[in-house]
Structures are given as C-alpha cells and as structure tokens.
Design a protein around this ligand. Sequence first.
Ligand SMILES: *[C@@H]1O[C@H](CO)[C@@H](O)[C@H](O)[C@H]1NC(C)=O
Ligand SMILES: *[C@@H]1O[C@H](CO)[C@@H](O)[C@H](O)[C@H]1NC(C)=O
Ligand SMILES: *[C@@H]1O[C@H](CO)[C@@H](O)[C@H](O)[C@H]1NC(C)=O
Ligand SMILES: *[C@@H]1O[C@H](CO)[C@@H](O)[C@H](O)[C@H]1NC(C)=O
Ligand SMILES: [Ca+2]
Ligand SMILES: [Ca+2]
Length: 197
Amino acid sequence: HVTMVSFTLTILCVWMLMNGPKCTDINECLLNRMCRPDQVCINKPGSYQCSCPPGHHEENGTCIDNNECANNSTCHPLARCWNTVGSYTCQCRLGYTGNGTYCKDIDECSQSSLRCHKSSQCINTPGSYVCVCAPGLIALGSLCVDLDECQSNRGGCHPAATCYNSVGSFQCQCGNGWDLPPMGGHTQLTVHVLIAI
Ligand SMILES: *[C@@H]1O[C@H](CO)[C@@H](O)[C@H](O)[C@H]1NC(C)=O
Ligand SMILES: *[C@@H]1O[C@H](CO)[C@@H](O)[C@H](O)[C@H]1NC(C)=O
Ligand SMILES: *[C@@H]1O[C@H](CO)[C@@H](O)[C@H](O)[C@H]1NC(C)=O
Ligand SMILES: *[C@@H]1O[C@H](CO)[C@@H](O)[C@H](O)[C@H]1NC(C)=O
Ligand SMILES: [Ca+2]
Ligand SMILES: [Ca+2]
C-alpha cells in the first residue's frame, strides 16, 4: 500500500518534471495512515520517514520508551533518576543541590538561616549537618545545657572561695584576705541543676 503510494507519487513527479515548470514536494505525512499510530511521520524532499518518537526505540514492531534510568551514568550518582514516557528526569537527593546531572552537598552552615541553636556550633556533613554544643555545654536532646559545676561540691573550690557558675564554665573566687588557691577540682557529672541555653 505504502510503496504503491510512493510509486504513484514518483510517477506523478516525473510527469510533472517533464510537463510542468516546477516539481514540488508532496507532504505524504498529511495523508492518512502513512505510519503506524505509535510512529511519527517525517516529511522529506521526495519521500517521507516513519520513526519512533524521541526517547523511544523500535522493538518487535512497536515503539518502546527508552528506560534511561537503566543506565547508571544518566544521572549523577547523588541523584535519583525518574523514567518518564519519552524522557526522564534527574533530581539531586535530599541534602544535595544541582541540576541532577551534577549534584553537590548543601552547606547548611553557610546559609543565612541559623540552622543550629546559638549555643551550638554548626558542622556541615555530606548530605546533612550536625549541631555540636559549644565547649563546656552538654547536649540534652536538641538543646545545649550548661553544667552548674557549683551545685556539685561547690565545684571543688577552696572552702574560703566562692564558686561562680557561668555558661560553659565556672570560677572559684577567693574571699577577702586569701591568696589565689590552686585551681579547684574537676567538674563532676553528678549535677543537680542544669540550665538550658
Ligand atoms: C521482542 O521479541 C523478542 C524475541 O521474540 C523477545 O525476547 C522480547 O521480549 C520482545 N520484546 C518485547 C518488548 O516484547
Ligand atoms: C550509558 O550512557 C552513556 C552516556 O550517555 C553511554 O556512553 C553508555 O554507552 C551507556 N551505557 C549503556 C549500557 O547503555
Ligand atoms: C554502574 O556503573 C558502575 C561503574 O561506574 C558499575 O560498576 C556498575 O556495575 C554499574 N551498575 C549497573 C546497575 O549497571
Ligand atoms: C548541570 O550543571 C553542571 C554544572 O553547573 C553543568 O556543567 C551542566 O551542563 C548542567 N547540565 C544541564 C543538563 O543543565
Ligand atoms: Ca524514558
Ligand atoms: Ca551538608
């Protein structure tokens, strides 16, 4: 059927070449049923072509979608690949930014919004970030809390000294008439009062 049409068109064209001033291309794609319903018709000078639409390939007489995600170099290793009919999309995984062909870690710590509590330090990690409590503070859930060292044995201060707790630290201060004592005892972790920062 198709070859008959082509043949007829060629004869027509040859006739026109000999008998008419000009020979114009016939757009076979405007005629019905030149290609299979799942194919696309491409008109060419003097002929036409039936082929599968972009992102498809011919298999057993039908057009099949290319699964681009079966090839692990389609997207960046840090991206997810989504196969779609005729195409695909690459999306960087959570915590990464980019167009999917290229992904890189988001440095959450350098972003303007304060990701960590003010008394903790933000440390960037691949795909995420962590908040680490500042020195002298201990983590209590998502909070950083100060140890009140003075609550425990007065921080080990000299009997004549006064223990002053401060955020992240404590101090032993001599009473009047006393000289500087050696630095008081170490922090004990048997704490009675914690102050959330
Ligand atoms: C195409 O035909 C081959 C051989 O008959 C078969 O192995 C293959 O699975 C077929 N493909 C599809 C998409 O049907
Ligand atoms: C995967 O894609 C790359 C780049 O597009 C190509 O060079 C390679 O041949 C493909 N591999 C397979 C198995 O299709
Ligand atoms: C993906 O590519 C790596 C090499 O870059 C290869 O070792 C691995 O087998 C591939 N995986 C699949 C599923 O093709
Ligand atoms: C994705 O981003 C990288 C780096 O910015 C660039 O080289 C590449 O051309 C981009 N690819 C696409 C498809 O936009
Ligand atoms: Ca596809
Ligand atoms: Ca990060």
